[in-house]
Design a protein around this ligand. Sequence first.
Ligand SMILES: [Zn+2]
Ligand SMILES: [Zn+2]
Length: 98
Amino acid sequence: MAYLGNLTCRECGLTFTARWGSFENADEYRCHHDHVVHVEPSSGTVLAVDGDVADGRTLVQLHGLCPVCRTELATGLLPSCPVCSGRDHQVLLSGMIG
Ligand SMILES: [Zn+2]
Ligand SMILES: [Zn+2]
């Protein structure tokens, strides 16, 4: 399930609109720099990196690191704040996708 909503940063107070979460056949991973990587759940194949089609490598081949900046990828992260990069937000959901 992917979500759309307003996030209010608890660090700096900024409110911004974002989309996050996983689709049925694409788990969402985020790195420290908030690059979004979609991964096919059964094979571990990277489908897309920040919206661009990926080169077919798997998470294992990438050692669980972001193909763009080589920092560690994790699931279930909220988008980071565009101002202070904090990830602690108050969430106001406005919709769900998929
Ligand atoms: Zn912030
Ligand atoms: Zn990255």
